[in-house]
Design a protein around this ligand. Structure first.
Ligand code: 5AD
Ligand code: SF4
Length: 482
């Protein structure tokens, strides 16, 4: 495991080691020396800010990037006018890309008044060659550009950038078989943490850019995952979120294959871990074994995020999802009969090119039948290079927008009803932090992922408490310590 001591014992006058992670420890130490000089010269502590723009996987990468920046000696801040600004981008939908270009435009002016400032970009958007071309042409004030496969290399890239007469440093990998373990990481919470169990996706849903930017599916060795979780548990973590684009196919491609359900069984044996969550499940790969493990588990949280995308079997086929409306409904039935108190959430795309009004009605039908605890609804966004990008749209923009509004209204109405079903009960929360809206109050999370706000003092943060769910407020509860 990584530790501070490793850095101090490194001979930074020698040539860089070739193997990882030693090579990165070396560059962290090199950058640290450079930053120390800067600190002495300017008399101030240089600050770094990592802006996370994407999903839970990106958020976990951001913690790793922050860990590296902190080890180099930066003070971490959430203020974007930092000395080192790193944007960890997302490209699942086009508007995420537009936001980045907008921000880069503003940063150009900022850099003119703060020429020492360094701007770095990484994440999914950087894996698209057109994006990199555009940045090279129009946003020359960017210092470092890297992608999703070499997040671990930040220190090496920074060191390269600070060499005399070096322009923008670009390092984008097409893909990788390498999973570099044991780098520093800065955790947002001391008591809960995301743990990558796999990277990439092999599903090629026809609308989705993820398989192109995150590469093929690679599972981490179970021993590496368990060792990481044991170390987290020893440092005070009690809740882990196992992360992957499609956790249900975890372990299938390992030399010694292992199922996701079996991995969960092993994680469950780690004593100090009290809650286990995971993201994201693909309905086509969700096994009966997993349902059984969840049903009999004391630790696996009562929440399943099961992206449906569409309720129409025809659209699902065009999306290459490899299940039908009936398969999805039957799966929900199996899950609910084995785990009656489970909270089900989903993702739905409105306006997929082949979606007609009848197809949309099928989606509404599933929404009404399943009654999701919550649903993330997205307007279809055309992603260049995906198969759906060349399909002709069946509906015009205003029709799609109107469907989206109808769906959102239905989803919210149902969620309000289903979420209130525990009103009056006493349930356990993990206290996550102060309530942002009310001084003197706290926010806790139920096993089913709903939030509860209740009066309490800050020393309860990070502990498990029984809370009475006094009043359902739509998508959260107001409560009191029981
Ligand atoms: N357009 C709209 N939504 C998309 N998603 C993925 N790709 C697209 C796209 N091109 C949604 C899916 C996925 C979630 C993370 O983002 O619903 O489950
Ligand atoms: Fe995209 Fe489908 Fe993979 Fe999810 S499972 S990341 S939607 S290709």
């Amino acid at each position: 495991m990584y530790s501070e001591a490793d850095l101090n014992s490194i001979d930074i006058t020698a040539a860089p080691p070739l193997e990882e992670p030693q090579r990165q420890y070396y560059f962290i130490a090199k950058c640290r020396e450079w930053l120390n000089e800067k600190k002495k010269k300017n008399g101030t502590l240089p600050k770094a800010c990592v802006v996370n723009m994407g999903c839970q996987m990106n958020a976990r990468d951001s913690e790793k990037l922050e860990g590296i920046l902190k080890a180099i000696g930066y003070e971490l801040t959430s203020q974007e006018d930092a000395d080192f600004l790193l944007m960890n981008t997302c490209t699942v939908r086009e508007n995420a890309n537009l936001k980045v270009y907008g921000r880069l435009g503003q940063l150009k002016r900022q850099k003119q008044t703060h020429p020492d400032m360094m701007i770095a970009l990484c994440g999914c958007m950087m894996q698209e060659s057109l994006v990199v071309e555009k940045i090279c042409e129009s946003y020359r004030h960017v210092d470092i550009l890297f992608g999703t496969h070499n997040v671990f290399k930040l220190a090496e890239l920074l060191y390269k950038r600070i060499q005399p007469n070096t322009g923008m440093v670009i390092d984008i990998w097409e893909g990788t078989d390498e999973i570099v373990e044991d780098l520093p990481s800065e955790r947002k919470y001391s008591f809960k943490c995301g743990v990558n169990i796999m990277f990439g996706c092999n599903n090629f849903c026809s609308y989705c850019i993820v398989p192109y930017v995150r590469g093929r599916e690679r599972s981490r060795q179970p021993e590496d995952i368990l060792a990481e979780i044991r170390a987290l548990a020893a440092s005070g973590v009690t809740e882990v979120m196992l992360l992957g684009q499609n956790v249900n196919s975890y372990g299938k491609t390992l030399p010694e294959p292992i199922s996701f359900a079996e991995l969960l069984r092993r994680v469950e044996k780690i004593e100090k871990i009290r809650r286990i969550r995971f993201m994201t499940s693909h309905p086509k790969d969700l096994s009966n074994e997993l349902i059984e493990v969840m049903a009999s588990s004391e630790k696996i949280c009562r929440h399943l995020h099961l992206p449906m995308q569409s309720g129409s079997s025809k659209v699902l086929k065009d999306m290459n999802r490899r299940y039908t409306k009936e398969d999805y409904l039957a799966l929900v039935e199996r899950i609910r009969s084995a785990i009656p108190d489970i909270s089900l959430t989903t993702d739905i795309i409105v306006g997929f090119p082949t979606e007609t009004e009848e197809d949309f009605e099928e989606t509404m039908d599933v929404v009404r039948r399943v009654r999701f605890d919550s649903a993330f609804t997205f307007l279809y966004s055309r992603r260049t290079g995906t198969p759906a990008a060349s399909m002709q749209p069946a509906a015009d923009e205003s029709q799609v927008k109107e469907r989206f509004d109808r769906l959102l209204c239905e989803v919210q109405k149902i969620a309000r009803d289903t979420c209130s079903r525990y009103e009056g009960q006493v349930m356990e929360v993990l206290v996550e932090g102060p309530d942002e809206q009310a001084p003197g109050a706290l926010t806790g999370r139920l096993s089913n992922n709903l939030l509860v706000h209740f009066p309490g003092s800050a020393d309860l943060i990070g502990t498990y408490r029984m809370v009475r769910l006094s009043e359902a407020k739509g998508f959260y509860y107001m409560g009191e310590l029981a």
